[in-house]
Write a protein that binds this ligand. Structure first.
Ligand SMILES: Cc1cc2nc3c(=O)[nH]c(=O)nc-3n(C[C@H](O)[C@H](O)[C@H](O)COP(=O)(O)OP(=O)(O)OC[C@H]3O[C@@H](n4cnc5c(N)ncnc54)[C@H](O)[C@@H]3O)c2cc1C
Length: 539
């Protein structure tokens, strides 16, 4: 967005929330950056793969969390990688890891760089001579499709849109759509166990993995391609979520799906949050498997779905490539009505606010057809919410230039823990917002629902002090994280651990498991060069 667009966005927000004006600042140009001189040089055999250009080093310094965006916009790039490597194939990856192991250089795998937990940062710990960011962007092909088994062999560096473009001519889709779909890769999804944005499975990348191939300093490890196997602990499970500390994932066989064509969606209003939560739980416990089952609290609904601020909103969706979905929708709505939910007046030619359609469009990205800000309003709350959801990352970055603290955190807990969890976490965040920023709002929505629990996703908006936004956010995040771990939640449901969640991950992870993970790392990465600081310390 232009400077003027960003300022008017910030003005609209601050007016709406009654805050004083926040002034937009412009990010530095690459030529103005003062990066430290690279500490390492690649050997001649690898020189053609490596770059020490300021633009490359700057672009690989951070991921895309709020604290990353703010520091980047201010030109604070204290720990850039010394070099950025772009391997052409797995052999190149192996050669780079060999060099890093022998020269004690930190090797940080880099997919799309959309990590929000410091997963691609390059701080160099003791005993390491420098840092190499390994960008997998050139490994971007679908190599093979097995139509009979509906699976594809895919390289790790392919970005979401390119993957779907390569599968579309076959009528197939991975149907894995994290909000960062445009900016993240298959390898990053596998390494972080990303969550797609369907409410019930299959939606996690874990659900789609048939086999994996990883290049580690100790050699290449490939798991067997199977639909399921009871042969001991699953090797895929060790590599999934390993966040680049065990090796570089180079490719995977992934389960695909036919493109859905039957869809039904509806939105239900609730005057009472507890009733809305009960209805959501009952829908998923009835085994209905909605593709969308997103409960928005009233503030979230007002901010992003055109809500009136007095009703919580449950967005429901069903889809199938094989059969009409009006029956499960009808049953879900019956459950909602029994719990006091009401359907809004029809907004289109559909009846009862329910839009049952046989759709020609088949992915969230196709149907959004663009993610740049526009008016964002529609009479259909689900459509309004969806547009706001797709724009959110762009709006977040724009507001960050106006020192607005705008960030999210996510967790999961059982249904029985949820009421206490929700109270404790929102109270802790409210207190922190008042203490740190004087004011601010926190909203809650459900991203995923399970028969035994829920993944709550909280968003924070507050006026930051120019120059202090990062430390202010760190205080709010710490208060939230303490409350999450103390009240039955996980420190992350799908954003991964990285460096940011380490203190709380270390508390929730069993000690004996930490020892086992450390032993696996020692076996695959004996020199301890892979992604230091992420997940676990080598020794
Ligand atoms: C606006 C926004 C929305 C987001 N929405 C979602 C969401 O809906 N669901 C979700 O799950 N996450 C979400 N995220 C977080 C992030 O997009 C995911 O963690 C994603 O899986 C990261 O993929 P990437 O390719 O960008 O990986 P990167 O950010 O490049 O890397 C992530 C981690 O994986 C490691 N890594 C990357 N590639 C490899 C590889 N080939 N082999 C080994 N290790 C590797 C890196 O070293 C790093 O530790 C969001 C982030 C943003 C900024």
């Amino acid at each position: 967005l232009s400077h003027a667009q960003r300022q008017s966005l910030a003005d609209a927000l601050t007016r709406r929330l009654g805050w004083s004006r926040q002034i937009v600042r412009d990010p530095p140009r690459v030529e103005e950056l003062e990066l430290p001189v690279p500490r390492i040089e690649p050997p001649a055999t690898l020189a053609s793969l490596c770059s020490s250009e300021p633009r490359d080093r700057a672009a690989h310094t951070y991921g895309k969390s709020f604290r990353d965006v703010v520091r980047a916009m201010r030109g604070e790039l204290n720990d850039p990688p010394d070099l950025v490597a772009r391997p052409r194939d797995e052999a190149d990856v192996g050669a780079l890891l060999d060099w890093c192991s022998s020269a004690s250089v930190a090797a940080v795998p880099y997919g799309g760089g959309s990590s929000v937990v410091g997963g691609v940062s390059c701080p160099v710990g003791p005993g390491l001579a420098g840092a190499l960011s390994i960008d997998l962007g050139r490994l971007d092909q679908v190599l093979e499709v097995d139509p009979g088994s509906r699976a594809a062999r895919v390289q790790a560096g392919v970005l979401g849109p390119s993957l779907e473009d390569q599968l579309r001519p076959r009528g197939l889709t991975l149907r894995h759509f994290p909000q960062s779909f445009e900016h993240s890769t298959v390898g990053g999804w596998l390494a972080t166990r990303s969550g797609g944005h369907f409410a019930t499975g299959p939606t996690h990348i874990d659900d789609f993995v048939e086999s994996l191939r990883m290049c580690s300093p100790a050699g290449v490890l490939e798991t067997r391609r199977l639909p399921s196997s009871g042969a001991g602990p699953a090797p895929d499970r060790l590599l999934l979520g390993s966040e680049g500390i065990l090796g570089v994932i180079t490719e995977a066989w992934l389960r695909l799906q036919d493109r859905p064509c039957f869809r039904s969606s509806a939105s239900v209003r609730f005057a009472d949050w507890d009733h809305a939560v009960s209805a959501t739980r009952e829908v998923v416990q009835a085994g209905l498997a909605p593709s969308n089952c997103r409960l928005l609290d009233r503030t979230e609904a007002a901010m992003s779905a055109g809500g009136d601020g007095i009703a919580d909103l449950l967005l429901l969706g069903f889809e199938s490539a094989d059969h009409p979905v009006d029956r499960p929708m009808a049953r879900a709505l019956e459950i909602c009505r029994d719990r006091g939910g009401s359907l809004p007046e029809p907004t289109t030619s559909g009846s009862s606010g329910v839009d049952v359609s046989v759709a020609a469009r088949s992915t969230p990205t196709e149907s959004s057809s663009g993610t740049t800000p526009g008016d964002g309003r529609s009479a259909d709350p689900a459509a309004t919410w969806r547009r706001a959801f797709l724009r959110a990352p762009y709006v977040r970055d724009a507001l960050a230039t106006a020192s607005v603290i705008v960030e999210t955190f996510e967790s999961a807990c059982t249904w029985s823990a949820f009421p206490g969890f929700h109270r404790a976490v929102t109270d802790a965040v409210h207190r922190a917002l008042v203490e740190v920023c004087g004011t601010g709002i926190v909203t809650c929505r459900f991203t995923h629902v399970y028969p035994d629990g829920v993944a709550p996703y909280l968003s924070v908006l507050a006026p930051g002090r120019p120059g202090s936004e990062v430390s202010q956010w760190d205080e709010i995040k710490a208060a939230a994280s303490e409350a999450i771990v103390d009240h039955g939640g996980t420190i992350t449901h799908h954003h991964a651990v990285g460096r940011v969640h380490r203190p709380w991950y270390d508390r929730q992870r069993p000690d004996l498991f930490a020892g086992a993970l450390r032993a696996a790392k020692a076996s695959l990465d004996p020199a301890g060069i892979l992604n230091p600081g992420v997940l676990i310390d080598p020794r």
